[in-house]
Design a protein around this ligand. Sequence first.
Ligand code: FAD
Length: 383
Amino acid sequence: MSGVARDADVLVAGGGPAGAACAIRLARAGRHVLLVEREAGPREKVCGEFLGADAQACLAALGIDLPALGAVRITEARIARRAAHAAFALPFAAWGLPRSVLDEALLRAAAAAGATVLRGRSVTDATREGDAWCLRLADGARLRAPHLVLATGKRPLRGFARAGATEGWIGAKLHLRLRAPLDAVVLLPFAGSYAGLQPSGDGMANLCAALAPGAAGEARDAERFVGSVRAGSPLAAALLGGAQPCMPRPLTVAGVPYGFLHRDAPAADPALWRLGDQFAVIPSFLGDGMAMALAGGIAAGAAIVSGGSAPDFHAGWRRQLAGPMRIAGLTGFVLRRAPGLFADAVATVPGLARLVARRTRVIGAERPVPAAAVPGRPMAGLR
Ligand SMILES: Cc1cc2nc3c(=O)[nH]c(=O)nc-3n(C[C@H](O)[C@H](O)[C@H](O)COP(=O)(O)OP(=O)(O)OC[C@H]3O[C@@H](n4cnc5c(N)ncnc54)[C@H](O)[C@@H]3O)c2cc1C
């Protein structure tokens, strides 16, 4: 870096799964990382909280012990149909854990690995200054480093819009206490959309939905939200009858650009790394958004350590995600347009749901687990 003082080797904007995983990987390799996270303490996020096999592999590599954090094990999936429902064993045991718990554990692990974690500080913009990237924070502070990792999740940073993203879907989430304990992840189609219901920590269940653009009203209050999902199927009516909300109102996020997959413009900046939802947004409940964020964070950290460039990393990561994104997009389309057909197909074609679950994996059964614990070795498939 010529003439500009540096505050770190790498600046990370956003401390969700993507930013935290990248910071851990870099700090373990001895890089000086400054991570800036807007939230000062634990906070829920709109998310189904389903942690599949890839997410678990990444979390284990990052030193996160899901059972010790109170995560709930899930081995079965159900999909509501007109009168009955389809049920199948998951091809792997999954876990459910509130995001407030998971994200805090990841930030603790980042700090323990040696990253400097700034909490309750918001990034307002980022600019190139010669050889450095400069982050400006809301409190006026300026931070500089040769590399910048954009990991602000669902909210793009000013000046870094997700090119070509069609903003639209609304994500809504509500923690509930059900009348009877739940031991499965349940997909509940309802008027033009679908929701996921699964056990969360502390005896709660998590109801989370992707609502079509224009359905914001349904997500504003807990009773209306639960009522919409309940009306969708007898299974939803049975599971959600008498449920008690644990939040005053659903958490919501608007403008979720399902299907977005980043592509660099020609001559893109070699040191501007996009991760997690800033790189790709897979349809909810049909793909592993958190696994993509975690695995991408680990792989990007490894690429920075080995002197790689962001455009090369982005191109490789795009190739790796293209298949799961396509299958999740197609499945989501069928599920929204013809939920009955989808559930019937799952119920009558043995192995179909397991095949979709396998094909939407980021790492994939045939590919090795990320080389997080092996400093300097990028994840397989990225070269
Ligand atoms: C309805 C719905 C259901 C989903 N269900 C699942 C599921 O069951 N399983 C699954 O694997 N995935 C699921 N996902 C996807 C998953 O939530 C995301 O893919 C994942 O959280 C992406 O991680 P991330 O680190 O990129 O972003 P985030 O988790 O959004 O983290 C971004 C972080 O950046 C911080 N931040 C934002 N702006 C700033 C700023 N200006 N300055 C500083 N900090 C900032 C935020 O506070 C946040 O902590 C779901 C998504 C939706 C919408």
